[in-house]
Design a protein around this ligand. Structure first.
Ligand code: ADP
Length: 417
């Protein structure tokens, strides 16, 4: 794959000699629907007449949405390889480091180059860095005016000037749809949204299989992937790649010739610890319980609306007790989720099962109490938010900030078990 960085942006052109293998769809494990959806864009570019003769208006861009490390960039690169078309990439934050109108000039340059290389794909990673809402007080990185507005305006102008006729489509990624300027989301601009969420258990198995292939294992990759997937609830693709690498480093540290299950399980613990997933899970339980607790505090009764949240909370509590070694009574052990047990056999005794159930109930109880405490001491804020929601139906990050003020201790874990 020929890749050059022209100081401004990265260009990958699979058609140039010596361009190598490139990222393929098979490198993006799981994400079947997302793959199909992005491939449509390649078809728009390669067979524009098929759509034009039917009078169809072809979308100009798609937003890849989802948390970091879930394969958005990987997917965008794979589209270029699979479609055999050039790929011009730039990170949103690179536009914003510019001063004196350079950000806007860079956007112009990027699209000029793209039109020269058409048909091609332009990819902007972290679109939110350039596409934040304009003129919303303190939300802009330079006060919502001047440089950043010029850059965003230029992007809107360029988007209006591309399409299947020009042979350029735009892909961009963000995890902050809520703060994007509405103009970016109007019909004819980023009106297609493709979700790349955290992988489910089966997807995690596929991602493990993929990454395990690149290290030397004691047994075939399929021997480990199912159990590893069941131990890694809430992990992103990047976390999984990290686990596999940590396992190989661990094996090497002990002079081993092959990586074994012990190395992999050690690596999960390390990545969990490293990313503070344990306390994050407890916080997430509290967040999921928020609706239920608020109903009972304010109306003194609960509705069935929170059932889905309760299911999530229960799953999280089981994962913490059974998989992440969170409970002292159960100990630092890790058992797979029910669906993935070998021959459906439970790998522990009835006694331990009873202890786990007790621990799960008490964990949910303490999350409930903690949530109650937090809401009770912030009842004024709860009321303000409820009133704002009645007026506006949905609130984005900036709206919430306007109602509640800036988040206290932004970098600290707020709720601890
Ligand atoms: P994002 O753009 O969503 O932040 P990336 O595409 O940069 O995430 O992913 C970072 C790394 O994580 C990839 O290079 C890859 O090693 C791994 N990864 C993420 N998602 C997947 C996936 N679905 N299949 C295989 N590897 C993945």
């Amino acid at each position: 794959m020929s890749q050059m960085t022209r100081a401004k942006f990265t260009i990958i052109d699979p058609l140039l000699p010596g361009s190598g293998r490139g990222v393929k769809f098979s490198d993006v494990a799981g994400a079947k629907e997302a793959k199909q959806e992005v491939m449509e864009f390649v078809d728009f570019l390669k067979n524009p007449d098929k759509y034009r003769t039917l009078g169809a208006k072809v979308p100009k861009g798609a937003l890849l949405l989802g948390p970091p490390g879930c394969g958005k960039t990987l997917l965008a690169k794979a589209v270029a390889t699979e479609g055999q078309i050039p790929f011009l990439a730039m990170n949103g934050s690179e536009f914003t480091e510019m001063i004196g109108g350079l950000g806007a000039a860079r956007v112009r340059d990027l699209f000029k180059e793209a039109k020269k290389r058409a048909p091609c794909i332009v990819y902007i990673d972290e679109l939110d860095a350039i596409g934040r809402q304009r003129s919303s007080g303190q939300s802009g990185f330079d006060g919502g005016s001047g440089e950043s507005e010029q850059t965003l305006n230029q992007l809107l102008v360029e988007m209006d000037g591309i399409g299947s006729k020009e042979g350029v489509v735009l892909l961009a990624s963000t995890n902050r749809l809520d703060i994007l300027d509405k103009a970016l989301l109007r019909p004819g601009r980023f009106d297609r949204h493709i979700m790349m969420d955290l992988p489910n258990q089966e997807e995690r198995r596929e991602i493990f299989e993929h990454h395990l292939k690149s290290i030397v294992l004691q047994k075939p990759a399929s021997y480990y992937s199912r159990r590893m997937a069941s131990l890694t609830l809430g992990f992103s693709g990047a976390d999984i790649a990290n686990v596999v690498n940590e396992a190989a480093l661990h094996a090497a540290r002990y002079g081993k010739k092959v990586v074994s299950a012990l190395d992999l399980e050690y690596a999960v613990e390390r990545v969990v610890g490293g990313t503070e997933k344990r306390s994050q899970l407890f916080e997430k339980m509290c967040m999921a319980l928020g609706g239920r607790v608020a109903e009972s505090l304010v109306f003194n009764r609960v509705t069935t609306g929170a059932q889905n949240d309760l299911e999530k909370v229960t799953k999280m509590a089981y994962a913490m007790v059974r998989t992440f070694g969170f409970s002292d009574a159960v100990g630092l052990v890790s058992y797979p989720e029910e669906e993935s047990r070998e021959f459906g056999v439970r790998p522990y005794s009835d006694n331990l099962e009873a202890v786990m159930e007790k621990e799960v109930s008490s964990l949910i109880f303490s999350a409930y109490k903690k949530t109650e405490e937090v809401l009770q001491s912030n009842m004024d804020k709860l009321k303000l938010l409820a009133e704002a929601l009645l007026q506006k139906e949905t609130l984005n990050y900036d709206d919430v900030k306007a109602v509640l003020g800036p988040m206290p201790h932004a970098n600290k874990v707020l709720v601890e078990p």
